[in-house]
Design a binder for this molecule. Structure first.
Ligand code: NQM
Length: 371
């Protein structure tokens, strides 16, 4: 930690990484204040929030680029790394650490290896990660030929230009990550204000509904939907009671549940989605958001099930269409009980280190003294 007294700023070591289709700052937990209020103020200052342009920080003025990963060695048996995800609001002084982010998760393994938190193995290092937000465990397979993280490669994901090394992520126990149970209302279908929805939490609390019921086709662009103020107001009217039903309490200040509107697939996928996260339309779809939305489609009688074209196979490859392409998830579904359950979800992401150095925050927010 370096305090630049002349400039009255505190310099904090940090790496800017793209994780999947998101981007954000990665910190070692030991470089941040342990007091949560001070830490959140530091993160807000680093990103430049609250401000729609985040002009006084390094955030990208979009929820997808206003994210933080806080990384440390884990004390848990058999687990390598603890990852605390923080969603830093763009236009409000809010930091939400309740949900996970499967996109930022893709950068955690490389960051941990390059900071000496775990030894790399030639040619691949499987990093077992505990997401502190929800207690979930994930395995991320990082390419490390010669013990060095490989960022180059041919893997492509929609909504990210170019290609880089693949990061294969397997989620081991994601049901009920934030709400406690997979179907937090106890039902596969609820009717809220006349709209049929599935409230599900398979890694991310998500409310899934027919796009048609919300007055859209479900094939609109992100910009079209972001300009639809009436739709946004209607979604928020549904989200607040859905949050209560999902046992999340008052969600007016939180970033969960996410709102996913579904339509029949039209590009060869299993389901077409448009997701609000929750006040802005996602450019594609979140990783765990996609796992939850796909899971909602597995339950017979749900709006998603009726519209989807699910493939056979165990695990089955579910292609989730979104505004900038598709995202394929391998879902291992167990149909032996009364209701289907998902044993494991696996998917492919890529990540890239973009910038390493120090982020400067005003010294009055934190003097840089860690305890
Ligand atoms: O659902 C956006 C993202 C996410 C979260 C959001 C995510 C996930 O695309 O696992 O990755 O839903 O706010 O990074």
């Amino acid at each position: 930690m370096v305090k630049n007294a002349a400039l009255q700023q505190t310099a904090i070591p940090s790496v800017l990484m793209r994780g999947g289709s998101s981007k954000g700052l990665f910190f070692l937990a030991s470089d941040l204040p342990s007091d949560i209020e001070t830490r959140d103020n530091v993160l807000l200052a680093a990103m430049g929030s609250p401000d729609v342009r985040q002009i006084d920080g390094i955030g990208g003025a979009d929820p997808l680029t206003s994210k933080v990963a806080i990384v440390s060695r884990s004390d848990m048996d058999g687990v390598d790394i603890d990852f605390l995800f923080a969603q830093v609001s763009v236009d409000a002084a809010k930091v939400d650490t309740s949900p996970n982010c499967g996109n930022m998760l893709a950068g955690v393994g490389p960051f941990a290896i390059e900071h000496g938190l775990i030894d790399a193995i030639d040619p691949e290092t499987v990093v077992r990660i505990h997401t502190v937000n929800t207690g979930m465990i994930a395995d991320a397979a990082i390419q490390t030929p010669g013990g060095v993280v490989n960022y180059g490669g041919d893997a492509r994901i929609d909504s990210v230009p170019g290609s880089s090394a693949p990061v294969k992520i397997s989620f081991l126990d994601i049901a009920g990550s934030v709400c406690g149970t997979l179907l937090p209302t106890g039902k596969t279908v609820d009717t809220i204000q006349g709209i049929e929805v599935t409230c599900v939490d398979n890694g991310m609390p998500v409310v899934v509904m027919r796009a048609e019921d919300m007055g859209i086709t479900g094939y609109e662009s992100r910009d079209q939907l972001n300009n639809d103020d009436a739709l946004k107001a209607r979604l928020e009217e549904l989200r607040i009671p859905a949050g209560e039903l999902m046992r999340l309490g008052d969600v007016s200040e939180r970033v969960v549940p996410k709102m996913t509107m579904v339509a029949a697939p039209r590009d060869g996928g299993a389901i077409c989605t448009r997701t609000f996260i929750p006040r802005v339309c996602h450019a594609s779809i979140g990783v765990l958001g996609a796992v939850s939305a796909a899971t909602a489609c597995v339950f017979p009688g749900t709006p998603g099930n009726a519209l989807s074209d699910l493939p056979d196979g165990a695990p089955m490859s579910v292609s989730v269409e979104h505004p900038s392409g598709e995202f394929t998830i391998e879902l291992d579904v167990d149909y032996s009980g009364d209701l289907p359950t998902v044993r494991q979800a696996a998917l492919l992401r890529t990540t890239r280190k973009l910038f390493a150095g120090q982020v400067f925050i005003p010294g009055k927010i934190w003097d840089g003294v860690t305890d």
